[in-house]
Design a protein around this ligand. Structure first.
Ligand code: HSE
Length: 436
């Protein structure tokens, strides 16, 4: 084990937005406690920002616009990256690691594509790369997967990992409002960004799914491996239909092991709006909260719940990583890096077994139900329930299937759209949280 440092631990913070501001505040306010927990003082050596002229709650002498110099500075031991984006933080983190600094980052978009590259540099330099804050804010889920469950076999990770979309879907469920109305309200309240695309189209959740799947299955999974659909097409009618099935709709990130037809193990990582029974624990996760359910062979089902975003909650996870990295600097040794020994292949979405809910406007006459049912049966898709709502011009058929390969379900929906008796396939959603 390497010899530890016998002096204060120098920290550089890159970025002073919501999270960076809270990290700096906690570092200053809790300096005495952090010293005791680490075994050496943690000293802030500099804060890199884009606009150096702006007034900030930190000694102006610590502010710099030169992040590249700060991350290689001799008196910096740990770099905390909170600037977001890809290219700039990728280069800064690589440089910091190459110069022997441990790195703490909350940058899920960067990690989803470049954990392999950065972990490789960290391994060569024998330093830490920690990222608890990258998934689900304050909720400890990275460390449980990497450490607490290191001796178990994780079968499935499913969760609500995006607060913005959960806020929107919860409000649509509670108030019956349409997507655009609630999105505008979420923007006014500061839950949705000016450009909400990354959140509402599921990119943010897909990055987090890639990180979770990589850790859970000891396999390199990148954002491009994650099947993704967002929530921007969800309507008030969808939520009303969900209610009539005693369900709600959640944007879920699902990572699981699946076996192919000859029993060979593969993995699936996917993000899409999902019907979840009201009795399922994830249905009770409302507003901007996040929750992750982990199922492991021996541990069984574990649920992690809490604040998935926001300055102070995310800073809590950053500080946890910072203390771990600082302890390693003081006492010697390193935490675990990524493990990708299993190298499982990624199953295409079409092979994944899912359940569908299909709502369609239909002609209200004899033979329609059998024509609709025939399209399911032709593709070996078994129907679990079928219900008619309304009559005559307003007749709607709502079909819920058993599990079937997603490709067979999608082909069935395409065929239904071509039937004379079907005026419109109004809504198609997948179901989770049931075993049928
Ligand atoms: N934009 C994210 C969310 C928070 O809405 O949950 C940061 O990951």
């Amino acid at each position: 084990m390497s010899e530890g440092l016998r002096r204060p631990i120098g920290v550089a913070v890159l970025g002073m937005g919501n999270v960076g501001t809270e990290v700096v505040r906690i570092l200053i306010e809790k300096a005495v406690d952090l010293h005791a927990r680490v075994g050496a003082p943690i000293e802030l050596r500099g804060v890199a920002v884009r606009d150096v002229a702006r007034d900030r709650a930190v000694d102006p002498a610590l502010i710099t616009g030169d992040a590249a110099s700060l991350v290689t500075s001799d008196d910096v031991d740990i770099v905390v990256e909170l600037i977001g984006g890809i290219d700039v933080p990728r280069a800064l983190i690589a440089s910091a690691l190459e110069h022997g600094k441990s790195v703490v980052t909350a940058n899920k978009a960067l990690l989803a594509d470049y954990t392999g590259e950065l972990a490789g540099i960290a391994a060569t330099a024998k330093v830490d790369l920690y990222f608890e804050a990258a998934v689900a804010g304050a909720i400890p889920v990275i460390r449980p997967l990497m450490q607490s469950l290191a001796g178990d076999t994780v079968q499935r990770v499913a969760g609500i990992v995006n607060g913005t979309t959960n806020f929107i879907l919860s409000a649509m469920d509670a108030d019956g409002d349409d997507y655009a109305v609630v999105l505008a309200e979420a923007g006014r309240l500061g839950y949705a960004e000016a450009d909400p695309t990354a959140d509402v189209e599921g990119y943010d959740a897909a990055s987090k799914a890639a990180i979770l799947a990589s850790l859970a299955f000891h396999t390199r999974v990148t954002a491009g491996d994650v099947y993704r659909e967002g929530i921007s097409t969800i309507t008030a009618d969808d939520l009303a239909s969900a209610k009539s099935l005693n369900c709600t709709i959640k944007l879920l990130a699902i990572c699981e092991r699946i076996a192919d037809s000859v029993g060979k193990e593969r993995i699936s990582a996917r993000v899409y709006p999902t019907l979840v029974p009201k009795t399922h624990p994830l249905a009770a996760v409302n507003g901007a909260f996040n929750a992750v359910v982990v199922e492991a062979e021996n541990a069984g089902r574990l649920m992690f719940y809490g604040q998935g975003a926001g300055g102070a909650p995310t800073a809590s996870a950053v500080l946890g990583d910072l203390v771990m990295a600082a302890r390693n600097k003081v006492h010697g040794g390193r935490g675990p890096l990524e493990s990708t020994y299993a190298s499982l292949s990624i199953a295409p979405m079409g092979d994944v077994l899912t359940r569908y809910y299909v709502s369609m406007r239909v002609a209200d006459r004899p033979g329609v139900l059998s024509a609709v049912a025939a399209e399911f049966s032709k593709r070996d898709v078994s129907i679990a329930t079928v219900r008619q709502e309304g009559a005559d011009e307003n007749a709607r058929l709502i079909v819920v299937t058993h599990r079937a390969p997603d490709a067979a379900l999608a082909q069935t929906v395409d065929a239904l759209k071509e039937l004379d008796a079907v005026a419109e396939v109004a809504s198609v959603l997948r179901l989770e949280g049931t075993d049928e």
